[in-house]
Design a protein around this ligand. Structure first.
Ligand code: ADP
Ligand code: MG
Length: 140
């Protein structure tokens, strides 16, 4: 069993795709163990995208992610990290395969609807950054 941090980004919320995105994950068998809607603060967004601090797109992506409400999720299931990454599709819309969330709905590298942790280390860091322990269902 593995847990991962997933976020429906502001474009996904604005476009009314929260239900569609969550439905795909639930239909695949992943269990929702944490869920909340928040407008991320600049501090939270900068911490979340901290690994990209030196990239040219850092400021833009922080602006974007703080531009409106996001839906923050913790999903649980076997291989949840690799599974959700596969279901999300590649970062760029030209590379995201049809059938993936980004492949079916995204048309922008920045505004690509969904975030998902990419390793067990980032999953634990991101879950801790976005949720308090008491906001998550306990194990089992
Ligand atoms: P992923 O979300 O697929 O893990 P990255 O970790 O590389 O992708 O990038 C984090 C986020 O930053 C992307 O999802 C996207 O919103 C934004 N981003 C990445 N690369 C670019 C870029 N070249 N131009 C604009 N935004 C970008
Ligand atoms: Mg990433």
């Amino acid at each position: 069993m593995e847990r991962t941090f997933i976020m429906v980004k502001p474009d996904g919320v604005r476009r009314g795709l929260v239900g569609e995105i969550l439905r795909r994950f639930e239909d695949k068998g992943l269990r929702v163990v944490g869920l909340k809607m928040v407008v991320p603060s600049r501090d939270l967004a900068e911490k979340h995208y901290g690994v990209h601090r030196d990239k040219p797109f850092f400021n833009d992506v922080v602006e974007f992610i703080t531009s409106g409400p996001v839906v923050a999720l913790v999903l649980e299931g076997p291989d949840a990290i690799a599974l959700t990454r596969a279901m999300m599709g590649k970062t760029r819309p030209t590379e995201a395969a049809p059938g993936t969330i980004r492949g079916d709905y995204a048309n922008s590298t920045e505004q690509n609807l969904v975030h998902g942790s990419d390793s067990p280390e980032t999953a634990s860091e991101e879950i801790e950054l976005w949720f308090r322990t008491e906001e998550l269902l306990s194990e089992a």
